[in-house]
Design a protein around this ligand. Sequence first.
Ligand SMILES: Nc1nc2c(c(=O)[nH]1)N[C@H]1C(S)=C(S)[C@@H](COP(=O)(O)O)O[C@H]1N2
Ligand SMILES: [Mo]
Length: 323
Amino acid sequence: MIVRSSRGNEIRSSEITPKQAFLEHKATRRGFLAGAGAIGAGFLTHGLMEPANHVFAGEKLNSVASKYTVSDTQTTFQKATNWNNFYEFGTDKTDPAHNAHTLHTRPWTVELSGLVKKKQTVGVDDLLKYRPIESRVYRHRCVEAWSMVIPWDGYSLSELINFAEPLPSAKYVQFISKVDRSQMPELPSGYDWPYSEGLRMDEAMNPLTLLTFGCYGEVLPNQNGAPVRVVIPWKYGFKSAKSIVKIVFTDKQPKTLWNEINSSEYGFYSNVNPQVDHPRWSQGHERRIDTGFLPRTIPTQMFNGYADQVASMYTGMDLKKNY
Ligand SMILES: Nc1nc2c(c(=O)[nH]1)N[C@H]1C(S)=C(S)[C@@H](COP(=O)(O)O)O[C@H]1N2
Ligand SMILES: [Mo]
């Protein structure tokens, strides 16, 4: 089925929310635009309240330009939304685009918990309006040695962490993704769901770590982790948890799904590093998927090319040991 998105292009129905949600978002679009000026009011006062002005896949975000942007050739929207890892919706790269429409992205809340002053549950629309949304073109390097260049829309996670006020004892941040078998009929067995990932506090506070609501200037398609995910561009893609429902502040390094499955292949840090190979393949090169035709093989850069902004967090650390 083909429908028209808000930007007037034709998009496949698998890239948007189910029909019901699509109709609903049309009816409420005016409400969202009217409320968009109220940046900052957000969840500071509303907490659990779900505002009526929900936004859905395909809806335009009024993003502002960002200094955190690379000039590499961008991956096409078509490719970035049809070649995905989102195992909750199947393990083939094309599965999420076909299956993720069953995810209900509203109502949606994110729980802030653990070692933090302002423990609370926040509606995702309040989160979206908390700070101006920036468009940031990031390199995106999967541990499987392919890469893309994607314009994401969001704001630094540090903004939310500063709001939440972690206790001094909080040393790590854990991200927990949604799991719901009724919405994820393809949920594979053999994994310790929900998907879980984590960062050290300084990594989570690094301005590059993006709390992400959109890509290509639009609300995230479900297969890219709607309605809210993180993007950590100097780490392998699996660190960037999708469809987050819980952010937990902890004093110990949190459990992560891939590390629990195979700690020798998927380390907690997983910084992009061409000198530390995956046990089963080289990480020295990557297949850059950009134009949508044949991928080009290019050398992988240390910290995915973000060394200037992140290398100082790891001075004195043995990156072969802390892979
Ligand atoms: N919840 C969840 N988050 C996830 C994954 C997943 O399977 N489930 N896959 C990860 C991997 S391996 C990659 S490469 C990126 C892919 O993000 P993209 O599909 O938006 O490019 O999401 C990451 N986040
Ligand atoms: Mo990945």
